[in-house]
Ligand binder design. Structure first.
Ligand SMILES: CSCCC(=O)/C(O)=C/O
Ligand SMILES: [Fe+2]
Length: 182
């Protein structure tokens, strides 16, 4: 995992790195409610299962985002994933292969995008209510396990006045404010 502020001034495609030299640390991510762990090696799945048990993730499935798996739907899927959106529950992804970018809004400062480059072995948990988006990188391939607290659910609510007032959004902003005050 490597995280940095996203270069908004770079006109290249969403799949380009948009790299800046402003690094974002795991502690910075934690301050906006983003949980990260690197799980590699022979014990990775055991560690993942332990975290899943502690955090009460009961269900899981797998997604591959690539032209090979999605065929003609790939380009339109990439556009959908890259719309700024939130979920009413955590987004939990364990990268099994390939690479991609999750962008998250840093709401406790001036609302900039933070780009998180993920690769094999990365477990990333985005809290309910955080605005975010996803894209594959120029490698056009990622395979990830999706974990769920309850039944698999992946309703994305695109940013609007309605989502700005959403209960989970308001609770998220409150939790971030409390972390800053603490
Ligand atoms: C690598 S997981 C694909 C992206 C996704 O599932 C999602 O919900 C993005 O916000
Ligand atoms: Fe999402």
């Amino acid at each position: 995992m490597k995280a940095y502020y996203y270069d908004e001034s770079d006109p290249s495609s969403q799949q380009a790195p948009h790299l800046t030299d402003t690094v974002v640390t795991e502690e910075d991510l934690s301050a906006i409610g983003v949980f990260y762990r690197q799980l590699l090696g022979p014990h990775a799945i055991t560690e993942l299962n332990n975290i899943a048990r502690e955090r009460e993730y009961k269900n899981r499935d797998q997604i591959e985002v690539s032209p090979n798996s999605m065929k003609d739907a790939y380009e339109s899927k990439l556009k959908i994933f890259f719309e700024e959106h939130l979920h009413e529950d955590e987004e939990i992804r364990f990268v099994e292969d390939g690479t991609g970018y999750f962008d998250v809004r840093e709401d406790n400062k001036d609302g900039k995008w933070i780009r998180i480059k993920v690769e094999k072995g990365d477990l990333l948990v985005l809290p309910a209510g955080i605005y975010h988006r996803f894209t594959t990188d120029e490698g056009d391939y990622i395979k990830a396990m999706r974990l769920f607290k309850e039944e698999p659910k992946w309703v994305a609510l695109n940013k609007s006045q309605e989502t700005d007032a959403n209960k989970y959004r308001r609770e998220y902003l409150q939790s971030v404010k409390q972390q800053v005050a603490a």
